[in-house]
Design a protein around this ligand. Structure first.
Ligand code: ZN
Length: 671
């Protein structure tokens, strides 16, 4: 070990929380002792004190954080760490690069004329192509939403890879929509459906989600400007935002709060982003009209009142809250975003990282076993996409590795696990019903919300691997990749076959001989036997799982950091039924494999079959027989990441959920 290497272990937030919880317990014990003394007979004839009498102070009535009209002052939060620009991180060969390429191939197979068809028809421009189907069909009230996602995905992909074909295709699409905006001459309005849907929204008549769709189109345009340098896209976005500003300003706040009961995506988020891009606070004020106070108020007061809410309607609003906090330092919005993340990830998340059932939260927090039985529509993919997006924003504020632990869990199990490995088609739900299978979209007859968010997801798989502060680098994910930090003159290359292999090698290819720190994430799932070496010299102590190890030294070209992160089997139970158990190996959720058999086209490509539609399936109960996990779940010889459950009535194979395309089971009844 060289002398200049200094190892600093940070206390993870998880450990910090554990220490904190000890203090209030002591106080509670004191109160209990007092109550027992008061209840003793004969020595004191007075009645025992009531709860109210014990309280020296009456409960404090907390002020409603959103009762007053919102005002905005720009006071940006200084993040602790920032992501690298997308073109600074390149993916090398591996599962991430493969998923990105499959996604690109699917994107390039969709013609611009078909994507533009409904926009042109709405604007009175001739279009004779075959329309797309599903949620993009000419009668679907969400039509146009996918085109917005498509633009964002193109922008992300171009920014990541410099792919000129993608850029040209997206530029043409922006031009096509701009042409429709001009032809409509409707005060900046442009969409693939007429303004009539907003008339119905205004009257509170039945309509799908018109603002949701505008959000996707505006976000696509803002992304095309900021990530792909398209100036016309910013004009389209500002014109459309102007229409939104006028429409919303003409309504009372009470009426807007009624309108916000209909899904509106991340209208607040995109308007805040537009304000940041244009440095024009007008768009913040417009965005603030999309503050759904009945949703934000309990969150800001740290109360989980999510039961009964549609999950993906509300997650983008929280992303908007996080953005509002970042722009203004207004702690109310910070509280909303942080408490929401805490309660969803800690009490409403299944093992693969997803949340919700039938797109909604059906129970109070911590009732996942109860909720899971209600249907087989678990873990909508958009929800994971949005929660990962929120995680990145919160991580930037704190550099707390628990956000990355959650991100990685979702990325490996949920997101990579829902892309069909031949076509690049993706899923709507990731069902946790025993014996479920993955259903995927079709080539051009589906276009779920999740088809659109997946397009974006797989266009930016390079975005969280590394972060930085002023001078230092955070290595977060174990992905074959290259980082080039031009302004600091630093190049890194990460070589790994993770997760098939639990080692990774980071080589410094260029450095100016300056002292800086490489913060290497020691994931929460590894063991105390993890090892780090620099140029072959092992550090004397392992890293603490759930923290970073700080490697501070004068880095020079050719320095090699090797990381060994042993994986172990672990169990995760559903909080309201400990007999319902999922098994993991390291960060990978394991799934029992059962033959898929013949399935109809509809069952393969529907959103997800309901339990009653599932072909018969008998889930065996598992009986450990008092053995430790590693004694009854054993590695399968010659098959990496594969295990056999031994000593049961039938032989059961477990392999990673992200490789499971047969019928599978994640949660087992264990007795
Ligand atoms: Zn979705």
């Amino acid at each position: 070990m060289r002398e200049e290497t200094i190892v600093i272990k940070k206390m993870s937030r998880r450990n910090f929380t554990r220490k904190l919880v000890a203090a209030p317990l002591a106080i509670a014990g004191g109160q209990m002792l007092g109550a027992q003394i008061a209840a003793l007979p004969s020595q004191d004839k007075r009645k025992p004190k009531t709860d109210a009498e014990y309280n020296r102070h009456p409960p404090i009535v907390e002020p409603d954080p959103f009762s007053a009209p919102l005002t905005f002052t720009r006071r940006e939060v200084n993040p602790k760490v920032r992501p690298f620009a997308l073109d600074q991180v390149l993916l090398d060969a591996g599962p991430m690069q493969q998923a990105r390429n499959l996604n690109r191939a699917y994107m390039m197979r969709l013609s611009n004329d078909r994507l533009l068809h409904n926009f042109r028809v709405t604007a009175g421009i001739a279009s004779a192509v075959e329309p797309l189907g599903g949620w993009e069909s000419p009668k679907a009230e969400l039509r146009g939403h996918f085109v917005g996602h498509y633009l964002s995905a193109c922008a992300l992909l171009y920014a990541s890879t410099g792919d000129s074909q993608v850029k040209q295709k997206a530029d043409d699409l922006v031009g096509g929509i701009a042409e429709c905006q001009t032809a409509l001459a409707a005060g900046g309005y442009v969409s693939a459906f007429p303004e009539e849907l907003f008339v119905r929204l205004d009257r509170r008549e039945k309509v799908w989600a018109p603002f949701y769709t505008l959000h996707k189109i505006m976000a696509g345009m803002v992304d095309m400007n900021t990530l792909a340098g398209n100036a016309q896209a910013l004009d389209v976005a500002k014109n459309l935002a102007g229409w939104v500003d006028r429409w919303t300003s003409e309504r009372t706040e009470e009426h807007m709060q009624e309108i916000l009961k209909t899904e509106f995506g991340g209208m607040n988020d995109v308007l805040y982003n537009l304000a940041a891009v244009t440095n024009d606070d007008r768009w913040v004020n417009t965005g603030d009209r999309f503050t759904k106070k009945s949703f934000f108020t309990p969150l800001a007061m740290r109360r989980d009142e999510l039961k009964g809410l549609h999950a993906n309607t509300h997650m983008p609003q929280v992303i908007g809250a996080a953005r509002r906090y970042d722009l203004s330092s207004d702690h109310r919005f910070g509280d909303v975003s942080e408490f929401f993340w805490d309660t969803v990830t800690e009490t409403r998340t299944y093992a693969p990282g997803g949340s919700a059932n039938t797109e909604s939260w059906l129970t109070n927090s911590g009732r996942l076993a109860l909720e899971m039985k209600a249907s087989s529509h678990h873990q909508e993919c958009c929800c994971s996409y949005n929660m990962m997006k929120l995680s990145r924003m919160l991580y930037g504020r704190s550099a707390d590795p628990r956000y990355i632990d959650y991100y990685e869990r979702n990325l490996l199990n949920h997101r990579l696990g829902t892309m069909e490995p031949e076509t690049g088609h993706t899923s709507y739900f990731l069902s946790m019903t025993p014996g479920a299978w993955k259903t995927t979209c079709t080539e051009d007859q589906t276009f779920w919300c999740c088809t659109g968010s997946a397009l974006e997801e797989f266009a930016k798989l390079n975005d969280t691997i590394y972060y930085h502060d002023e001078a230092n680098i955070y290595v977060n994910l174990f992905v074959p990749s290259r980082l080039h930090w031009e302004s600091r003159g630093i190049r890194l290359q990460q070589s790994t076959r993770f997760p098939e292999n639990n080692r990774t090698l980071i080589t410094v290819h260029a450095a100016r001989g300056e002292v800086w720190t490489m913060y290497v994430r020691i994931p929460v799932w590894t063991t105390e036997e993890n090892q780090i070496s620099i140029n072959g010299f092992h550090l004397p102590t392992p890293g603490t799982p759930g923290s970073y190890v700080a490697l501070k030294r004068q880095w020079k070209s050719g320095d090699r950091v090797e990381l060994s992160l042993p994986m172990q089997l672990s169990v995760e139970i559903l909080p309201d039924d400990p007999s319902q158990q999922a098994f993991l190996y390291g960060p990978l959720v394991l799934a029992g494999q059962f033959p898929r058999g013949e399935l109809s086209f509809d069952l393969q490509h529907n959103q997800a079959p309901e339990p009653g539609e599932l072909p018969p399936f008998e889930l065996p109960n598992l009986v450990p027989g008092g053995r430790s996990l590693s004694e009854w779940i054993k590695p399968a010889a010659g098959q990496p990441l594969t295990f056999r459950v031994t000593g049961q009535e039938q032989s059961i194979e477990l392999k990673p959920l992200n490789q499971s395309w047969e019928r599978f089971t994640v949660y087992w009844s264990v007795s």
